[in-house]
Design a protein around this ligand. Structure first.
Ligand code: KIV
Ligand code: NA
Length: 267
């Protein structure tokens, strides 16, 4: 199976073939998703909530993401691996962005990095790309600025469409190979997708984009409580694992497990 490269995403857009991404934070799920033909794996700073137990992505550090990203890279033979640059690791200057991108490329063997922001991050994208590192942009709702945006709010509605388009073009002009559109109206995502030459990747952006991305713990049904409207749960792993752990506990408590079939005989 041939490795996915940036040109495959570009070719998919040109040929109208949709591609698929999931987040992954560990070797086990990365191997499964690679086997299932998922085209790219994002080691997102959503690991903050889904692995590390934080409320937001803001506390996540480069040192925390590097081992997770390395575990994912080591698991794949086909999928394209994207390392997310965490909050505070690239905003200060293009040099800081490049320094952080070098760390991920050298220490994790990821194939690209992702960073948030359109116009405001264009110089960072340009600098990283100039060093031969592919960059995935990320506009619309950008979780690292949730306090600035005033919460988990849909972006690009009404008069905001103009800013979304400016951000999209800034990311493309800076040399990004693709751009994530998070939580934007389907019509806005359609317009961005039509105007850009590079592929768009929707997460809560409707069907008129070139690829889709979901957070794996959402798509697998691990997330309890309220889930965003755009998430489709393709499995119910929270219920499955809760059931398995409860059954195991009951069988140990009642002496059913381990039985003779799970015990080593003398000879
Ligand atoms: O960290 C993440 O999972 C992301 C996606 C939701 C775009 O950045
Ligand atoms: Na992220």
């Amino acid at each position: 199976r041939k490795r996915v490269r940036t040109r495959h995403f570009q070719r998919a857009k040109e040929n109208g073939i949709k591609f698929t991404g999931l987040t992954s934070y560990d070797h086990l799920t990365a191997g499964i998703f690679d086997e299932a033909g998922i085209d790219f794996l994002l080691v997102g700073d959503s690991a903050g909530q889904n692995v590390l137990g934080y409320d937001t992505t803001l506390p996540v550090t480069v040192d925390e993401l590097i081992p997770l990203t390395r575990a994912v890279s080591n698991a794949v033979s086909r999928a394209f691996v994207v390392a997310d640059l965490p909050f505070g690791s690239y905003e200060t200057s293009p040099d800081e962005a490049l320094h952080t991108a070098f760390r991920f490329m050298k220490e994790t063997h990821a194939h690209a990095v992702k960073l948030e922001g359109g116009v405001r991050s264009a110089e960072q994208i340009r600098r990283v790309v100039s060093a031969g590192i592919p960059v995935m942009g990320h506009i619309g709702f950008t979780p690292q600025s949730e306090h600035g945006l005033g919460g988990h709010i849909i972006q690009g509605r009404g008069a905001q469409l103009e800013q979304l388009l400016k951000d999209a073009h800034a990311v493309e002009d800076a040399g990004a190979f693709a751009v994530v559109l998070e939580m934007v109206p389907a019509s806005a995502a359609a317009q961005v997708t039509k105007e850009l030459k590079i592929p768009t990747i929707g997460v809560g952006a409707g069907p008129h984009v070139d690829g889709q991305l979901l957070v794996w713990t959402d798509f697998a049904g691990f997330t309890g409580g309220r889930i965003p409207k755009f998430v489709k749960q393709y499995a119910d792993l929270r219920a499955t694992l809760t059931g398995a752990a409860t059954a195991y506990r009951h069988e140990v408590e009642s002496g059913v497990y381990p039985g003779p079939e799970h015990s080593y005989p003398d000879e």
